[in-house]
Design a protein around this ligand. Structure first.
Ligand code: NDP
Ligand code: GDR
Length: 342
């Protein structure tokens, strides 16, 4: 059995990656997830895995935190993982302007804390440990598109600067200590499990609630920004494929297509027979002090060397999210109809 440790298991990507590892026909993974304490339980993305009796011995959650070095060292020594996927982060770009120091602590120094814990195990030579770092297309920032493995980085937010630090530390641990450590520079990827304050999910959920009469307006920021949006399930597969290689190497993972927020909005509302101009309002609170205007990845190395291609296209992604959120809105409406009005 291989032991995989996933930080950020309660997030969008962590949940897809855990599923992918646990649902392999070979049943060859024990998945360990790092969870942090919160006043109310926020594990809805992985509840189905926790509840599955067949996974009782193969899915384990452990309390720790990327801001707490001792908890990471303890966990790495207890589990002795074969693979470590570092997906944990304060991952919201706009929020990173409000909480820059916290973001850097978790995203940048947190990665360093985890790398140090893995290095200690690596130095003991008990078994080889493979390390995956969740790098981001935000590191390219204002670099002109298409952005690929040879494009110089130009980060535009505290989040992006922190990710760039973690990216270079990962490279340095590979070069300095001979560790199998690599980064996936992933462009935006979305799904029905995307957090509700990222723009795609905000749009699909907002439009579905408008359709069902549960919401009247949708407040958004900059509609002209362009992103290379893919499906999170496809991107979790790329992470796993990167750790199955014999030699560590960083890859850009993207679809190669770019679309504006406005296009995403039009397609979503169009699918529901609505006109966004009737409902969308501009709210400057959702803009950023420095914006990333256009991201469009060059995934040719991922395709040619890693053998990865995405299975879900832009329209398929929007349709999947709209269908999910419409169902959610209908359930909300149904539940509300049973609450007596005061
Ligand atoms: P989410 O925001 O959905 O999930 C973030 C996860 O990190 C959650 O499980 C969260 O736990 C956890 N976390 C936050 N702070 C800490 C901490 N101090 N210690 C331990 N865990 C913590 O992100 P995604 O799943 O979308 O992204 C996964 C990773 O990939 C992130 O690192 C993100 O920055 C990066 N990335 C994402 C892209 C995308 O388009 N989705 C693109 C490129 C990179 P909790 O549930 O308790 O809050
Ligand atoms: P991003 O994703 O910043 O690319 O980071 P987000 O969905 O937050 O923004 C995408 C673009 O949409 C514009 N926008 C809005 N964004 C939000 N959140 N809310 C709004 O109301 C809104 N209106 C317009 C933004 O200005 C931006 O241009 C995501 C995260 O998952 C990161 O962790 C990851 O590293 C990158 O993708 C790749």
């Amino acid at each position: 059995m291989k032991h995989a440790l996933i930080t950020g298991i309660t997030g969008q990507d962590g949940s897809y990656l855990a599923e992918l590892l646990l649902q392999r026909p070979e049943h060859d993974y024990v998945v360990h997830g790092l969870v942090r304490r919160s006043s109310s339980i926020n594990r809805n993305r992985i509840d189905h895995l926790t509840a599955d009796p067949a996974l009782k011995e193969r899915f384990k959650l452990h309390y720790a935190d990327l801001s707490d070095a001792s908890s990471l060292t303890r966990l790495i020594h207890e589990i002795q993982p074969d693979e470590v996927y570092n997906l944990g982060a304060q991952s919201h770009v706009r929020v990173s302007f409000d909480q820059p120091i916290y973001t850097v602590d978790v995203v940048a120094v947190g990665t360093l804390r985890l790398l140090e814990a893995v290095r200690e195990l690596h130095a003991q030579g008990i078994k080889p440990v493979k390390f995956y770092q969740a790098s981001s297309s935000e590191m390219y920032g204002s670099a002109p598109p298409p952005q690929g493995p040879h494009t110089p980085f130009h980060p535009r937010s505290p989040y992006a600067c922190a990710k760039l630090y973690a990216h270079y530390q990962t490279i340095n641990y590979r070069e300095a200590y001979g560790m199998f450590a690599c980064s996936g520079i992933l462009f935006n990827h979305e799904s029905p499990r995307r957090g509700e304050n990222f723009v795609t999910r905000k749009i699909t959920l907002g439009a579905a609630r408008i359709k069902e009469g549960l919401q009247r307006k949708l407040a958004l920021g900059n509609l002209e920004a362009k992103r290379d949006w893919g499906f999170a399930g496809d991107y979790a597969r790329a992470m796993w494929m990167m750790l199955q290689r014999d030699t560590p190497r960083d890859f850009v993972v993207a679809t190669g297509e770019t679309h504006s927020v406005r296009e995403f909005l039009d397609l979503t509302f169009g699918m529901l027979g609505l006109d966004p101009d009737d409902f969308v309002e501009f709210d400057p609170r959702h803009t950023r002090p420095s914006e990333v205007d256009v991201l469009q990845g060059d995934p040719s190395e991922a395709r040619e060397i890693l053998g990865w291609t995405p299975k879900v296209d832009f329209r398929g992604l929007v349709a999947m999210m709209v269908e999910h959120d419409l169902e959610l809105a209908r359930r909300e409406k149904y539940a509300r109809s049973y609450i007596p009005m005061s």
